[in-house]
Design a protein around this ligand. Structure first.
Ligand SMILES: [Zn+2]
Length: 381
């Protein structure tokens, strides 16, 4: 067994990482051969943070990433003393967080040969946070290794990426995801094939579609939206429906988390309810701000996924317009797809796919979600 087994369909990346671990272990003075800053890029769901964490485990494991020893397991669980995993649920990583991180990163490793910091969303570093980070990676401590993850190279400041060794993960093939779901999760072949195609190469999404009936139902509701758009009024209604479902899903997910965090924080400040010391109520305000930013991000992530689902529907419409019904993703909606295909020209379908992709890009730029989705639904009319 190896920690790298968890990387699906990434043979080249795995080889590079294994080679790096190999040469780091042979050389006494590892700082001579080991690159200190790595950048893992890859589309959502391709496993870029998994790759970084597996690499971290392999570097602190005596056997180069056996996946069964204490070092490997604690790295994967995020409890290893020398490996720090930075994950943000908010919209950005701020300079204060990075400064604290830099202080901790300068300590000597306590049990392993290296101290390793994995930043899962390096694309969410604010510019000032990224510049603070730049200063340390320019003059790294001999034994500190930085593993940064981001969707694409352009999501990271050029000054940072020029100092990183870059590894690009590819979108795992439908075949590889199908195989994984059948072997690891015991999903039945037909379902595995369907969700692997529907997920567009996103392993986590494929798995949740396979295991969660509500997720499948939500997806179908979204795919049925274009059928209900007849005029401007129904386009607005469809947009409202989509944004509302994104919000209610985010609220359901967030509520429990938020309450837990607040009561933990109150406990830490020794509050008995109403009598909070000044510092405590300030801390709570900060936390509430973080939580709000997290909800905003969750709504955006949901909408982004919905747009990807809609794109699969329009891809199918295009295939039907070209008289090919064999490799449809949404075979179960064949009748609906035929209806929509008969209503418009292939050129219009291409325009609509473009509109969906453009909306995704704008959504990532923090534009107001409801306005964007309304404009899109009018395009899909
Ligand atoms: Zn191990």
């Amino acid at each position: 067994m190896s920690v790298f087994n968890s990387l699906i369909d990434q043979p080249q990346v795995v080889q590079t990482l294994k080679d790096a671990v190999g040469s780091a272990n042979i050389n006494e003075d590892a700082s001579q051969v080991m690159t200190n800053t790595w950048l893992f890029t890859g589309p959502a769901g391709s496993g870029r943070s998994n790759a970084a964490i597996a690499f971290a485990a392999a570097l602190v494991c005596e056997k180069g990433g056996c996946s069964t020893c204490n070092s490997c397991i604690s790295t994967i669980l995020g409890t290893h003393a020398d490996v720090e995993l930075i994950k943000t649920q908010g919209l950005s990583i701020k300079i204060d967080e990075v400064r604290e991180l830099i202080t901790r990163a300068s300590w000597k490793p306590s049990i392993a040969n290296y101290r390793i910091v994995v930043i899962e969303d390096a694309d969410r570093l604010t510019d000032s946070a990224a510049n603070a980070l730049l200063k340390v990676i320019e003059e790294p401590g001999l034994r500190t290794i930085w593993l940064l993850c981001a969707p694409t190279l352009t999501d990271v400041l050029p000054t940072i990426r020029s100092r990183c060794r870059h590894l690009a993960l590819r979108t795992p093939s439908t075949k590889a995801i199908t195989k994984l779901l059948i072997e690891r999760d015991q999903i039945e072949t037909k379902t595995a094939e369907f969700v692997a195609r529907a997920s567009g190469g996103h392993i986590g999404r494929a798995r949740s579609l396979a295991l969660d009936a509500t997720a499948r139902q939500n997806r179908e509701n979204i795919l049925r939206l274009p059928l209900m758009i007849k005029d401007i009024a129904s386009a607005y209604k469809a947009a409202q429906f989509l944004v509302d479902s994104a919000k209610s899903e985010a609220v359901a997910d967030a509520e429990e988390k938020d309450q837990n965090e607040i009561s933990k924080l109150k406990e830490a400040w020794g509050s008995t309810g109403s009598k909070m010391v000044t510092g405590g109520s300030k801390a709570i305000k900060e936390l509430e701000k973080e939580q709000k930013s997290r909800s905003t991000r969750m709504v955006r992530d949901y909408l982004d996924r919905a747009l990807l689902d809609l794109a699969t529907l329009y891809r199918d419409i295009m295939l039907v317009q070209a008289n090919s019904t064999e490799s449809l993703i949404n075979q179960d909606l064949l009748e609906e797809i035929k209806q929509l295909a008969a209503l418009k020209s292939p050129a219009k379908t291409v325009e609509q796919i473009d509109a969906i992709l453009k909306t995704r890009r704008n959504l990532a730029q923090n534009a107001a979600p409801l306005l964007l989705i309304e404009a899109l639904m009018c395009e899909l009319r």
